[in-house]
Design a protein around this ligand. Structure first.
Ligand code: TYD
Ligand code: MG
Length: 454
């Protein structure tokens, strides 16, 4: 079989070499040369390859009919949400995550829950028997799910033509090989070429394809960054392997909001959707602990109540420690400085540990006020009532500042049974607070909150 012509290109400066080199002679970077196809030896290989068709013509944007395509709404509400409302026909979705986090389980469960569609689940990682065993653990069952254990894209496309699936799942992109290239599965050029072939297939056939991808040690999707540019949607499946909660996060989405969040719990019979995440993000309300404060935050489109815990204790040795889990450490240091300077709390001599419950990483500025209250609560050893939550940013002058979408935050807090929410006074201008079933306290300064609570 005639092979394609390849050459090595530096990913930093674009230097071209016919041979692989460890170090780019042009820019001096190490390990940046990557094999790329320059011309394909056989133009006539399979239906979905770039055959240079001259099909498309320029058209006026105003003359293109919108033809809003229907989406495939899955049974999985969390998955629909992160996709922006279901699978878009012809879209290519990439799901990344560390090994063992549950990507294969999530996708098999999805494949089996789409009982109205022909689904083709292609696996290069597991045998048919292994997939069968996994499927037997899951609570869903479908008569229309085909399983294929194949890695060559040529053969995969042949089977796709035979079965004509409505949805295709591929586990994983790193196991696929295109016969056009010599390099091994998982190499940069293979991953790129296979993704490009699948992309062409998806666009031409209007079949949505979901790709599973592995994550490297550094935390990025293995294979080149180009993979993220090529696909329509990038989702990340994350969580602590030793905890049961998993978070599916949108990184990029051409068809919806790019900061959505889906939450699952890994059980012995598959993944359970957690539709009310506040239930897991707020720990048991039995004990009265100091240092606990609840923040009303928003992640993507979704209001969440989240528990902030802190421990402030006298530093016995040398420099006091500051440690933070799930919250930006610099932001914590800034808030400590504000409390010290504006509130007169002597925190400089204290060890400070801060933890966001549930292993979530948060960066919504609206949790500032909860962080401050949690710190002072621990420092003063005074318990904040469970019925109180907070939603405001804190400025360098100790002023309590407004945050976006306050009404959504307030109504979520009311829905979950909180009795009082502290927000910025400036946030309440022009908002009718009467119809909320919760006491809303607008404040201007940190001192006002502390005076009421401690
Ligand atoms: P897996 O989906 O294979 O992860 P990935 O494809 O991301 O590498 O599953 C990972 C873990 O999930 C594995 O350790 C076993 C566990 N698991 C459950 O806890 N319950 C289940 O129902 C299944 C199928 C797996
Ligand atoms: Mg897997």
């Amino acid at each position: 079989m005639a092979k394609v012509k390849t050459s090595y290109f530096c990913q930093k400066c674009g230097y071209n070499s016919p041979k692989w080199l460890g170090r780019c002679p042009s820019c001096g970077e190490w390990n940046t040369l990557v094999e790329e196809v320059i011309s394909s030896g056989e133009p006539e290989k399979g239906k979905w390859r770039n055959t240079g068709s001259a099909g498309a013509k320029p058209r006026l944007l105003s003359q293109i009919s919108r033809a809003e395509k229907y989406r495939i709404i899955t049974e999985d509400e969390e998955f629909n949400r992160v996709l922006g409302g279901g699978l878009v026909p012809g879209s290519l979705t990439l799901i990344g995550g560390e090994p063992g986090i549950g990507k294969s389980t999530l996708m098999l469960q999805l494949a089996l829950s789409l009982t109205d569609y022909n689904v083709l689940y292609i696996s290069g990682e597991e045998s048919e028997q292994q997939i069968k065993m996994r499927a037997e653990r899951l609570p869903v069952h479908s008569e229309r799910c085909y399983v294929l254990t194949e890695t060559s894209t040529d053969l995969i496309f042949k089977h796709i033509e035979l079965i004509e699936p409505d949805v295709v799942v591929i586990d994983s992109i790193q196991t696929l090989v295109s016969p056009l290239l010599d390099s091994g599965a998982g190499s940069v050029s293979q991953v790129k070429e296979c993704t490009a072939e699948i992309m062409r297939f998806a666009k031409e056939s209007d079949v949505p394809v979901v790709l599973i991808g592995h994550i490297t040690k550094e935390g990025s999707l293995a294979g080149p960054k180009v993979l993220e540019h090529m696909v329509d949607t990038v989702l990340q499946f994350e969580g602590d392997r030793f905890m049961t909660y998993r978070i599916l996060r949108t990184i990029k989405n051409r068809f919806g909001n790019a900061s959505e969040l889906g939450i699952y719990e890994m059980l012995s019979n598959g993944l359970r959707q957690v539709s009310n995440p506040s239930e897991i993000l707020i720990s048991e309300k039995t004990e009265n602990l100091s240092g606990v404060a609840i923040a009303a935050m928003i992640e993507g489109n979704r209001p969440l109540q989240i528990e902030i815990q802190s421990l402030v204790s006298t530093a016995n040795y040398g420099t006091p420690q500051r440690s933070s889990n799930g919250f930006d450490l610099r932001r914590l240091q800034m808030l400590l400085a504000v409390l010290e300077k504006r509130g007169g709390f002597r925190l400089g001599t204290q060890d400070v540990f801060l933890n966001v419950a549930g292993g979530l990483k948060v960066d919504d500025p609206a949790i500032d006020l909860a962080v401050c209250c949690s710190l002072v609560s621990s420092y003063e050893d005074a318990v904040i009532p469970h019925s109180v939550c907070f939603s405001a940013e804190v400025g360098l002058g100790g002023e309590v500042r407004p945050v976006s979408r306050i009404e959504a935050r307030i109504s979520e807090a009311a829905k979950l049974g909180f009795e009082k929410i502290y927000v910025s006074r400036n946030n309440l201008k022009g908002i009718n607070t009467d119809h909320f079933n919760i006491a809303i306290r607008g404040v201007g300064k940190l001192e006002e909150v502390f005076a009421e609570l401690f």
